[in-house]
Ligand binder design. Structure first.
Ligand code: RM4
Ligand code: MN
Length: 388
């Protein structure tokens, strides 16, 4: 069993990456509710992300989404992040918000549109060069709505060709990470619907390609920790887009809908030794805060991940293995549940105090006055949101 010191050391090393878009306005297809004080620029999104790191000590990277975070000077944007105590992480591409992509982007039958999508992805790698980002995250809305609409195999070939061109452009320290999603916006066939399809493309590309597991992108009831274990086994888990869902891709706060599932996922990460940054698994949040205030929602999400991680680290590995090997079904499950049912909040509060942080990040952020400051100060300009 890990000592408390070892658990704290593992939690200290664990890093969570924040999505810039969580700080802008968002909503459903029915309505985007605007909140006062939301950022108007990528710089302001980074400043808000830096607040989350300031109060949790565990969120030192912020992912960008291009073109939502388009900037004239990306090296300057990276310097701005460093000035605020964070760094730019994953670069997320966007090939789903242009009229040209009605029938798809990199898998489109039209070579002109495929070229346009590829050029965008290559531009994202240029941005990574400027920001020092290691990962290019690809999620494609590509697919079809009606049987017979397009050739399913042909679309895979076109996709593979585009991916190979991006892969070719990567530097030695850069990765392509390919995210899957079972449906939406395509309703009949999606070109990268599952981890198997993503993995097949990654294997064909080479070692710098890995799969992203977005926890909201599965059919209800899917055993996500099994997928995580499988990808870790073959060294192809690039990272997570964490969020929670009750129905489809709800993008709610991670750990809100199903903290037990998050614990089971983190257990697979811990047993694979994949928690520390050197393991090459990114722990990103991909969330939208439609009705709740955004910065504290991100703070809460980071805390939820930390709580699940702490519980996973507290599993008595020797006792678990012994029970498993003895075929002791109830004993093994008991060891597992004992860890899950441990209240780790005092341990995390103690760790934060040792790190020079406030033991209660939610209260500390609320008392800091930052929320009032941005509401008063961010007047004029266009609030950031999905379409800006
Ligand atoms: C997609 C997917 C991507 C995210 C976009 C906004 O459903 O989860 O990761 O960048 O939404
Ligand atoms: Mn995602």
């Amino acid at each position: 069993m890990r000592t408390v010191t070892a658990v704290k050391a593992a939690l200290t090393a664990h890093q969570i990456e924040l999505p810039s878009w969580a700080f802008g306005n968002s909503g459903t297809r029915f309505k985007v509710f605007s909140q006062p004080g939301v950022p108007r620029t990528p710089q302001e999104k980074i400043e808000d992300a830096a607040q989350v790191h300031k109060f949790t000590g565990s969120a030192p990277a912020v992912a960008l989404h291009i073109p939502w975070d388009k900037a004239d000077d990306y090296a300057a944007l990276a310097a701005h992040a460093l000035d605020h105590g964070v760094r730019i992480g994953t670069i997320n591409s966007n090939t789903f918000q242009d009229d040209d992509y009605r029938l798809g982007s990199v898998a489109n039958a039209d070579p002109r549109i495929r070229r346009k999508a590829l050029d965008h992805l290559l531009e994202c790698v240029d941005i990574m060069d400027a920001t020092g980002s290691a990962d290019l995250k690809l999620w494609f809305a590509d697919g079809t709505n009606y049987p017979g609409q397009d050739d399913i195999r042909g679309r895979q070939e076109r996709l593979a060709e585009s991916l190979a061109a991006v892969y070719e452009r990567l530097g030695s320290d850069q990765r392509l990470v390919l995210e899957y999603k079972l449906f939406e916006p395509s309703f009949y066939s999606t070109d990268v619907p599952d981890w198997g399809t993503s993995l097949l493309h990654c294997l064909a590309l080479g070692p710098k390609a890995a799969v992203i597991v977005d926890t909201g992108h599965h059919a209800p009831g899917t055993n996500i920790e099994f997928i995580v274990a499988q990808l870790l086994r073959v060294g192809r888990l690039g990272g997570f887009d964490f969020n929670s869902r009750f129905y489809a891709d709800d993008d709610l706060m991670v750990g809100a809908a199903d903290p037990f599932q998050l614990f089971r996922i983190m257990h697979e990460v811990v047993v694979a030794g994949a928690l520390a940054p050197e393991a090459g698994v990114t722990f990103m949040l991909d969330q939208c805060h439609n009705i709740e205030p955004k910065i504290p929602a991100q703070v809460r999400s980071v805390m939820n991940v930390q709580e699940a991680t702490a519980k996973a680290l507290l599993i008595d590995a020797e006792a678990l293995t012994a029970a498993q090997q003895a075929g002791d079904v109830l004993g093994a499950n008991g060891v597992f549940m004992d860890a899950y049912n441990t209240d780790v909040r005092p341990l995390l509060a103690e760790l934060r105090t040792e790190q020079g942080l406030d033991p209660n990040p939610m209260a500390a952020y609320a008392a800091s006055g930052y929320a009032e400051k941005i509401v008063a100060g961010r007047i004029g300009g266009t609030p950031a949101g999905w379409n800006s």
